[in-house]
Write a protein that binds this ligand. Structure first.
Ligand code: SF4
Length: 360
């Protein structure tokens, strides 16, 4: 059974022990992790944890673990190379037509696998007015920037007033056509996704607004979380999903299938299934790429294209994000192709292109 809802966000080992989510003998271990990485479990998230289950997939995402202090030499405090692609403070530019703006460094919850775990936490604050003005100048001066991704931390942690100001400023740039907000808030604190928030994102401009919802387990798509998405969507926001493939959380086909179906039923299009980034102390939560590819092949057998995310890897060193399979097509020595059908059986295919047709 899930526990009664705690009244406030749990932020320390003592809070977790008092809520019955961690045994008292683990206090020292958790304190060592808490000294390095932030802890926050909102009431909505804490309530989802099955107290008696040591392998609970929700606890695994949010409750600290001593293994977070074991750092693999291949891990990196900046695993996707934000700093290498930051032309001005708070802005990351990896692709020609997009810019990321990191508005805040705080979140409603802190995920144990966070790829920005060395940068986020309480007290890390928000982009200053001066820095935001510089970010606007940077975007304004580059007409090729078509989409602005608002991220952090969790940018929806800002007040409706700040969200409206940010939206107004970005929407006033004529070449910016799409505003995309990355958030966990509908899952972490659905009650904070209000009509006022939706209006702050959508009112007074004609830009396209996307919200990318981060959730990793179907149990996170509670009725209040779905209602929060409904408020956003009915208010004019389009939604996509982001999930991270995590060992012991969603690294089985049944869980991933249920998660993707839950997204679609909530009118959230499955977008990315991220391979776990090389963030420090997260090896115990990562899978191998081969495991991820096998899971994607199984999902393709089970799900319509509407419910299939793209399995992707953010290449370390700021080299960008790419789909990582599985591959369904291979060139044959005779110039044709072997194409694997959803059951994995190779089917031969040859291009049939009119030889005298010239490309116009
Ligand atoms: S909500 Fe996002 S930014 Fe915040 S801790 Fe989780 S993964 Fe990191």
């Amino acid at each position: 059974m899930s526990s009664p809802r705690p009244a406030r966000t749990l932020k320390s080992p003592d809070d977790l022990i008092a809520a019955g989510l961690v045994a008292p003998w683990r206090r020292g271990e958790l304190a060592a992790v808490a000294a390095r990485y932030a802890i926050a479990l909102t009431p909505a998230v804490a309530r989802l944890i099955e107290k008696g289950d040591p392998a609970d997939p929700i606890a695994r995402q949010y409750v600290p673990d001593a293994r977070e202090l074991i750092h693999d030499p291949g891990e990196d405090p900046d695993p996707i190379g934000d700093a290498l692609k930051s032309p001005v403070r708070g802005v990351v530019r990896r692709y020609r037509d997009r810019a990321l703006v990191k508005l805040v460094s705080v979140c409603a919850v802190y995920c144990r696998f966070c790829f920005r775990r060395e940068m986020v936490g309480p007290g890390a604050g928000a982009l200053s007015e001066t820095d935001f003005a510089a970010a606007l100048d940077y975007i304004r001066a580059r007409p090729e920037i078509w989409e602005v991704v608002l991220t952090g931390g969790d940018p929806l942690a800002l007040s409706a007033r700040r969200l409206a100001e940010t939206t107004r400023a970005l929407a006033a740039i004529p070449h910016v056509k799409v505003l995309r907000w990355h958030t966990r808030l509908p899952v972490a604190a659905p009650e904070r996704v209000t009509k006022a928030m939706t209006e702050a994102l959508t009112r007074g401009h004609d830009k396209t607004v996307f919200v990318a919802l981060h959730a990793n387990h179907p149990r996170e798509l509670t009725q209040p979380a779905r209602a929060a998405c409904r408020r956003l969507i009915d208010g004019g926001v389009a939604m996509v999903s982001q999930s991270v493939l995590l060992r012991g959380v969603n690294d089985d086909a049944d869980t991933l299938e249920a998660l993707m179906r839950a997204f679609v039923e909530t009118r959230v299009k499955p977008y990315y299934l991220h391979h776990g980034d090389l963030a420090p102390g997260t090896a115990h939560l990562r899978t191998s790429i081969a495991e991820g590819q096998a899971l994607m092949a199984e999902l393709r057998r089970r799900l319509s294209g509407l419910a299939l995310p793209t399995y992707s890897l953010d290449i370390p060193g700021a080299h960008g994000k790419v789909p990582i399979g599985p591959a369904y097509i291979a060139r044959r020595p005779d110039g044709g192709y072997d194409v694997a059908d959803p059951e994995g059986i190779a089917r031969r295919y040859e291009d049939r292109v009119a030889k005298d047709e010239t490309r116009r």
